[in-house]
Design a binder for this molecule. Structure first.
Ligand code: FRU
Length: 493
């Protein structure tokens, strides 16, 4: 079959003199560029890939198209950090130069083996007639960060019978008895999503075991970016089903992320599912991936972005960022996500305030959109509690707790850069109203991450405010006590 030819499928090796420098210069001047969230110097970032703690450092790779804010030829970009908050940009890790990855090095994950970090990724292939295929590929990173593609690539060529060309995003892990396993996101020929399970003794030769059986039968048309891990005595399956219809407070985005809590039985290829929930209730969150650090923590980073959406920063030649690293815990069947404790290293200039609201509001002095805000509300006798961020006369991001109905909402409709009209400007979630409410919000220029009650409800939201929109206000229609700390944040990348 003839392969698709399109100028967006060119690698960074074809950059003309000064081409990338010009893009970076434009992007760098953009006041919406994050300061502590991993983001591209120019071009488009999407999924986090290959997350790992290796050789005494944290490694994050991400999907990157260097030459513009479109989904073109995807590379694996690479940043590393000794402390999980200060990130150093490394040379591009995977440049898709080979036939078996002719239309991009798509997403995948990492595993340490014999002193090397193995990077499993998807060789994306596109044909002229809209058809596509995918190959499972691998590259090795040594302790000097030298990266070599496996001679045996592709490790799996093409897609198995019964599936469309949409088979990708390997999640690799090692089973207790030493064998290697991969979950691959896949689309059946009948246009429903599923996961394929592969096994290997040496991580090179892979055998298809079959589909993972779950109760999620007609659950979207494609499952992307699977992840699997054990946490607090349970198995967690995490993936991105595309094509779910909105249902109440769930699945309000174009594409959504869910996790299932239960028990994996590899021998029988089943995932006995106790519950299925949405991971993040915000507007801009997709393709998260997790890894375990040496202390045994399960850490997650997600793509703070959404496909098929034009963002206001596009005009400045860069798009999207990752979330902060979040630590996961499982309690009562709910995944709690909170920023990894290392994020506190970025704090500076603490401002604190304790007081009462009696049906009134209080403004918090603030002059920039780079801060962490921690608020504890107690003795709550209010039906409505509101926190407004990015506030100016015409703009605000409104976080509102409806204590009567137990619904929390995030509303970004007032921004002059109102960029996601088709899927609506408000997101909602259920929460448990009580006399106490704890809210942590991290704001970094054009991203806000909201963590409610120890991360039981989380919203990730991009906003593109006017420079003057920096106000913070809290308001309640009844009585409550608040205890607030605001920190400015230092540069992490
Ligand atoms: C998810 C995704 C993956 C794919 C990658 C390509 O956002 O579509 O399924 O591997 O992005 O960049």
């Amino acid at each position: 079959m003839e392969k698709l030819r399109d100028s967006k499928f060119r690698t960074i090796l074809t950059a003309r003199a000064g081409e990338l420098e010009a893009l970076k210069e434009l992007a760098q001047k953009d006041p919406w560029k994050p300061v502590c969230h991993i983001h591209p110097e120019c071009g488009l970032l999407n999924d986090p890939n290959g997350l790992a703690y290796f050789n005494g450092e944290y490694h994050v790779f991400y999907q990157w198209y260097p030459f513009g804010v479109i989904h073109g030829m995807k590379h694996w970009a690479h940043v590393k950090s000794g402390d999980l908050v200060h990130w150093k940009r490394m040379p591009v890790a995977i440049i898709p130069t080979e036939d078996y990855e002719s239309h991009g090095a798509y997403s995948g994950s990492a595993l340490e083996k014999d002193g090397e970090l193995l990077l499993f990724y998807t060789g994306n292939i596109r044909y002229a007639d809209e058809a596509r295929s995918a190959n499972l590929c691998m590259a090795r990173m040594d302790k000097n960060y030298g990266i070599t593609k496996a001679v045996a690539n592709p490790l799996i060529e093409g897609v198995p019978a019964g599936y469309t060309g949409h088979v990708r995003d390997p999640k690799i892990w090692q089973d207790e008895d030493g064998k290697y396993c991969i979950f691959l996101g896949a689309q059946r020929k009948n246009r429903t999503g599923t996961l394929l399970v592969y096994e290997s003794q040496d991580a090179l030769q892979w055998k298809l075991r079959g589909e993972l059986k779950t109760p999620m039968i007609n659950f979207g048309y494609m499952w992307e970016c699977p992840d699997y891990f054990r946490l607090d005595g349970r198995d967690i399956l995490l993936f991105c089903p595309q094509g779910l219809a909105p249902a109440g407070h769930d699945y309000q985005n174009l594409y959504n992320v869910i996790y299932a809590v239960g028990k994996l039985d590899l021998a029988n290829l089943t995932f006995e599912t106790e519950c299925v929930r949405e991971l993040d209730k915000g507007f801009d969150f997709y393709a998260p991936q997790t890894f375990q650090d040496p202390a045994g923590r399960r850490l997650l980073l997600g793509w703070a972005g959404m496909s098929e959406t034009e963002y206001p920063s596009d005009k400045n030649q860069w798009a999207h960022c990752l979330t902060l690293p979040r630590q996961l815990r499982l309690q009562d069947g709910v995944l709690r996500q909170m920023p990894a404790r290392e994020c506190q290293v970025l704090r500076t200039d603490c401002f604190s305030l304790r007081g009462c609201l009696t049906g009134n509001s209080v403004s918090i002095a603030n002059d920039g959109n780079l801060y962490e805000l921690d608020i504890d509300f107690t003795d709550i006798q209010s039906r409505d509690i509101m926190i407004e961020l990015f506030k100016s006369e015409e703009e605000r991001l409104l976080l509102r707790f409806d204590q009567v109905n137990g619904v929390v909402s995030l509303d970004r409709r007032s921004f002059l850069n109102n960029f996601t009209a088709p899927v609506g400007p408000v997101r909602t979630a259920l929460f448990m109203p009580a006399e106490r409410l704890a809210v942590k919000i991290v704001v970094d220029q054009s991203i806000a991450e909201v963590f409610i009650n120890d991360g039981t409800v989380v919203f990730t939201a991009r906003v593109f405010p006017q420079v003057r929109s920096t106000g913070i206000e809290i308001r309640a229609d009844g009585n409550l006590v608040f205890d607030l700390a605001k920190y400015k944040l230092k540069r992490g990348i």
